[in-house]
Design a protein around this ligand. Structure first.
Ligand SMILES: Nc1ncnc2c1ncn2[C@@H]1O[C@H](COP(=O)(O)OP(=O)(O)O)[C@@H](O)[C@H]1O
Ligand SMILES: [Mg+2]
Length: 816
């Protein structure tokens, strides 16, 4: 026995010399990292069992429900303690270990946070009874110098733990889940003054600085960060802020809504609040700070009225994140709800009684927390099989999904470091230890957004109805246009017919003319032949007469020669007979005969001469007549040839012009037809935009509203035919007129063309031979030039205009 006492005395000495026996607080590092090296080493060794979690399971480690109770008085070696733990574990029920459960995202994560000693505690020299070992997640609670319990949590935070580290470790995974459509809860539990509000609700807006921001502000900040990263979805973030005091739920943003009932949706199990608290759509990260400030202000006013203290009420910030996407063409919404719960102080009732509350009131105040404890106990003890008394308090009804439900939950248990609050610290720790065993079954809240779907479908129905109407209209228009186009085609056929008739008429005219010319030619030929015959006859007659005369002359000569011969013979006879100087008589006769011959030879016959002259004349006339006739025939032939060529050319030119205009018209009609087809085939989503070229058809048909009147006059004014400001040629007016004349005269007669040289509109006035020519010409010109416009003028207007133009233009008028 004495040996035992000696060993005990020896050990006490050792612990006193190296551990936190001093009432004064130890340096931070010592407090954070735990006990004196020897003690820490022992504790670490103590939990480093193969199972690894023996020390974290109070029920398993000690019947009293504490953590591993390590009596310093027992002079145990590390090895002994290890055995001791191993022995205790061996007899414990086979609960799943923390390590085994770590991978289950539904398990409630519990972190313990020890706040630093406040000034007063330091001043009063309170001993520190808590030591955390963040690297292993253990907390050591020292009852006294010899008695220390060890508890294991998911995380432990010492006094120096930063707010950001607490957020990252405790809340960030929950926020991440909420963004994916799960419900999540972060809750702070602990005695008043241990840092619950600091952990959750610190705004970090004033002197305390940005780094001090608690989980509420950081969570919203984080949500906004994440939403801006996700480009595939649209987010809506709404928040409500409630206070739960004495089983009454109040809206901290709408103080008039001070008795909110909690109900449950029978189908989805979702919590329903009635009347609904104000749901504020958060627009940016600073918005939440302002709203929390407003909430705190209202909370102070409300609690003042109720003579209450905020430490006795629970504050709940509810943030709903709706992620809207399209999945399989259906609007889908993932709606995650994040509850951030700053619970009322968990201290035992006697402390509230000491503040003047009756026991009943005090019980009522803490009813919610008590029920929460009961719910957790029954969830843990009955392995979630039996009745869990959620309905016994408003808090548990509100948090039903967070404990034993489908939410992902993190609990921060806040404790003070001073030994003075040891029992409260122990209670809080044990609460955390129970909660750590709860396993929720996570369920994503992804729904087809029926409201949005309904809205979308209604929009679609509206669209389709409108499209149907448009399609109907388009069909009607298209049908009308088809009829109209048929009318155009018919009209075109008429025009074509007319043209053919005209062509036939022209050809007939040409043929007639040719016939006439041919006949005339024949007539001329007959005449020519006649006169030729007549002249030939005359010629023959004359020649006959000449022949006769020549014969007569010959006969006369012969007779003369005979007479001479006879005279000579008579003379010779006389001479021979010697009568009366015969020789002389012969010479005399000779002389007379010679004289006669010379006379007859030298004196031409005047009759003959006359006849010869006549003959010459006849021949000349004949030649001249022949030349004339030939010339006439040649002229006629040339003229005829020219006429035919001119006619052909003009016809060809006109056809070319009309052809071009027709091409344009056909192009337009085809487009219109395509429009009609498209309008007919379209489901009509944009039916209105597919309206076909009605105005064009109207124009073509000269229907109401179109530019072309039903009965055109022969006077026309064309606009945009030239631009006087850019015409540079000195003879541009003449050139314009000549162009217009040649273009228009293809269609028929053009009586007059006037150019309004001073008008910037490029006006040209034309008087056609008749309205039909005018109509044809303008349709063709419009079809050819496109961007011009025309008007048919009354005769009076034409006259007035021409008169004015005559005044204005020095040069006026040109007739084609
Ligand atoms: N981790 C901490 N670090 C620094 N100060 C703290 C910490 N936790 C709490 N405090 C301070 O302790 C006091 C009480 O904290 P509070 O959050 O109001 O406690 P509770 O909400 O639990 O009643 C406050 O002055 C707070 O600033
Ligand atoms: Mg508080």
């Amino acid at each position: 026995m004495s040996g035992f006492l000696d060993r005990l005395a020896e050990q006490n000495k050792g612990i006193r010399s190296g551990s936190a026996t001093s009432p004064k607080p130890r340096p931070t590092s010592a407090r954070t990292t735990g006990r004196p090296p020897s003690a820490r080493g022992t504790a670490s060794a103590g939990v480093a069992t193969p199972s690894g979690v023996g020390a974290s399971t109070p029920r398993a480690s000690s019947p009293s429900g504490r953590g591993l109770s390590r009596k310093s008085s027992v002079n145990a070696t590390n090895e002994t303690i290890r055995k001791q733990i191993g022995g205790q574990l061996a007899g414990a029920p086979a609960l799943p270990t923390l390590a085994e459960r770590t991978n289950n995202p539904g398990r409630v994560r519990v972190a313990l946070r020890v706040r630093p000693q406040v000034e007063q505690e330091i001043k009063e020299g309170h001993a520190v009874c808590t030591t955390v070992e963040p690297e292993t997640g253990k907390v050591f609670l020292r009852r006294n110098q010899w008695d220390e319990d060890i508890y294991q949590f998911d995380t432990v935070f010492g006094e120096s733990a930063s707010q950001i580290r607490v957020y990252e470790s405790v809340a960030a995974p929950i926020v991440e889940s909420v963004m994916k459509g799960f419900n999540g809860t972060v809750m702070a539990y602990g005695q008043t003054g241990t840092g619950k509000t600091y952990t959750l609700g610190q705004l970090g807006d004033g002197a305390d600085g940005h780094a001090q921001r608690g989980i509420m502000v950081r969570a919203v900040d984080d949500i906004f960060d994440k939403t801006s990263e996700d480009k595939d979805a649209k987010y809506k973030i709404h928040a409500s802020y409630l206070q739960l005091y004495m089983e009454t739920v109040q809206d901290l943003w709408d103080p008039t809504n001070s008795d909110i009932q909690i109900q449950e949706d029978r189908q989805t199990g979702e919590v329903l609040l009635e009347p609904k608290p104000m749901s504020v759509e958060l627009t940016d990260r600073n918005h939440i700070v302002q709203m929390l400030q407003l909430g705190e202000k209202n909370r102070t006013v409300a609690n003042h009225k109720l003579n209450a203290h905020s430490s006795r009420s629970h504050a709940v910030l509810m943030i709903t994140v709706s992620r809207h996407t399209m999945q399989n063409n259906a609007p889908t919404v993932q709606r995650g709800k994040l509850l951030l719960v700053d619970l009322a102080g968990s201290e035992r009732q006697k402390s509230t009684q000491s503040q003047g509350q009756t026991l009943e009131e005090a019980k009522f105040i803490n009813l919610s927390l008590t029920t929460l404890g009961k719910c957790i106990n029954s969830l843990v003890d009955q392995n979630q099989q039996g009745h869990v008394p959620y309905r016994e308090s408003k808090l548990t009804r509100l948090l039903k999904d967070s404990f034993g439900g489908s939410a992902r939950t993190s609990l921060v248990v806040n404790v003070g470091p001073s030994v003075q609050y040891f029992s409260e610290t122990l209670n809080t720790t044990k609460f955390g230890q129970r909660a750590i065993k709860i396993e929720n079954t996570l369920r994503r809240r992804e729904l087809v957004d029926y409201k949005a779907l309904c809205r979308m479908q209604m929009q679609q129905v509206d669209l389709l109805t409108a499209a149907l109407e448009n399609a109907e209209l388009a069909r009607e228009v298209a049908e009308n246009d088809c009829t109209a186009m048929q009318a155009i085609i018919d009209k075109e056929a008429d025009i074509e017919n007319q043209r053919n008739q005209e062509m036939t008429r022209l050809m007939q005219q040409l043929e007639l003319k040719q016939k006439e010319i041919e006949e005339e030619k024949q007539r001329h030929n007959v005449d020519m032949n006649k006169s030729q015959a007549r002249l030939q006859q005359q010629l023959d007659m004359l020649q006959e007469q000449i022949q006769d005369e020549q014969n007569q002359a010959k006969e006369a000569q012969q007779a003369a020669a005979k007479a001479r011969e006879e005279a000579r013979a008579a003379a010779a006879k006389a001479a021979a007979s010697g009568e009366g100087g015969g020789k002389d008589k012969i010479v005399e006769v000779e002389k007379i005969v010679e004289k006669q011959v010379v006379v007859s030879m030298s004196e031409p016959d005047p009759k003959m001469l006359m006849r010869e002259k006549k003959l010459e004349n006849v021949l000349m006339i004949l030649q001249r007549e022949l030349i004339d006739l030939k010339g006439k025939i040649d002229d006629m032939e040339l003229k005829h040839k020219q006429e035919v060529t001119a006619c052909h050319q003009s016809w060809q030119q006109r056809l070319m012009y009309e052809l071009k205009a027709k091409d344009k018209q056909i192009e337009y009609l085809q487009k219109t037809l395509e429009g009609c087809k498209a309008a007919l085939s379209s489901k009509g989503a944009d039916g209105a935009s597919k309206k076909v070229g009605r105005s064009f058809i109207d124009k073509m048909l000269g229907r109401k509203g179109a530019e072309l009147p039903e009965q055109p006059t022969k006077f026309v004014r064309l606009s945009s035919m030239f631009n006087p400001t850019v015409e540079s040629s000195p003879k541009w007016v003449e050139e314009v007129k000549a162009d217009v004349c040649s273009s228009c005269s293809i269609f028929g007669q053009v009586e007059d063309v006037r150019v309004d040289t001073h008008s910037p509109k490029g006006l040209i006035y034309i008087a056609f031979g008749n309205p039909k020519t005018a109509h044809r010409a303008v349709v063709a010109i419009k079809g050819h030039l496109g961007d011009i416009s025309y008007e048919f003028l009354t005769e009076t207007y034409w006259k007035d205009s021409v008169a004015k133009l005559s005044e204005v233009n020095a040069k006026v008028g040109q007739t084609c």
